[in-house]
Design a protein around this ligand. Structure first.
Ligand code: 13P
Length: 288
């Protein structure tokens, strides 16, 4: 199966009350780990690529070629969307040109009217080519220079306006944060999320900052219309811990244990376990 837009998989998820995971990729190992688990779990999946990760992998065209070839050689038959995560206006256009099947244009840092205008333009270009578009209102907090910002909670009226522009899915800041949550985190603002869910015409909602959100909050968020949940940091943490353990146990010094295919294997396995767990938690297992 070739890459698909995220539209159908997310609209089905919204209707049936579950969420599809967006799992960010950084390289071949991560891509292979996530695709094989999606196939094993019979789950639709969204591969997220940040602009930084795209650059790291030497460009969006390399990413498209790698993902498509890998899907063919691994015989992946579940629906897979290749999605730009937090794209700039130029980045979104570049990914559309390179063959991504889905893009996020994150205009949340612009004044609202500018966010609307730029989102509209991306929607126009993407829709002609059957590519799904994610927009953002409010902002997702996160750590910068050791300080964790809480982000800006989205205004439901602004969400309603952006949702009417023909976008496929909407990310709204509701107290969620990229990276690990601080001990004094107040949790997701369920009141605002519920209101956004009720005023945005059943559009699939996106929950960023999926790392470390308690299971019951995830379930509640899904009940208000969250149909896509992004997970990145949790995979990075388990990958690093597993590779660290391998080296600290001295396994790279035994036989050919220094072979990168052996050295990275525990990290890959750790990522796969996280993806399996999330697919079960989000309810996307057996939905492909
Ligand atoms: P985490 O890194 O907190 O899991 O968030 C991922 C994300 O939202 C990517 O857009």
């Amino acid at each position: 199966m070739s890459l698909v837009s995220a539209k159908e998989m997310l609209e089905t998820a919204r209707k049936e009350g579950y969420a599809v995971g967006q799992f960010n990729i950084n390289n071949l190992e991560w891509t292979k780990a996530i695709l094989t688990v999606a196939q094993e779990k019979k789950s639709p999946v969204i591969l997220g690529v940040s602009e930084g990760a795209g650059k790291y992998m030497t460009g969006y065209k390399t990413v498209v070629a790698m993902v498509k070839s890998m899907m063919e050689s691994l015989n992946i038959t579940v629906p897979v969307a290749l999605h730009l995560d937090h794209g700039s206006f130029e980045g979104a256009k570049a990914c559309i040109d390179a063959g991504f099947s889905s893009v996020m244009f994150d205009g949340s840092h612009y004044p609202f009217d500018e966010n609307v205008d730029k989102t509209k333009e991306i929607v126009k270009i993407a829709t002609q080519q059957g590519i799904s578009v994610e927009a953002e209102v409010g902002s997702i907090g996160g750590e910068e220079d050791g300080v964790t910002g809480t982000g800006e909670v989205a205004d439901p009226e602004e969400c309603r306006k952006i949702a009417s522009l023909g976008i496929t899915m909407l990310a709204a800041g509701i107290g969620n944060i990229h990276g690990s949550y601080p001990d004094d985190w107040k949790g997701l603002d369920m009141g605002v999320l519920k209101e956004i869910g009720e005023t945005t015409n059943n559009i699939p909602l996106v929950l960023h900052g999926g790392t470390g959100i308690p299971d019951d909050m995830v379930a509640e968020a899904i009940s208000y219309g969250v149909s896509k949940i992004n997970v990145n940091t949790e995979k990075q943490l388990v990958f690093a811990a597993a590779v660290r353990k391998y080296i600290e146990d001295g396994k790279d010094k035994v036989g050919k244990g220094f072979d990168p295919r052996k050295l990275l294997a525990p990290g890959v396995e750790a990522i796969q376990n996280v993806v399996r767990e999330k697919m079960d938690l989000f309810g996307s297992t057996n939905k492909a």
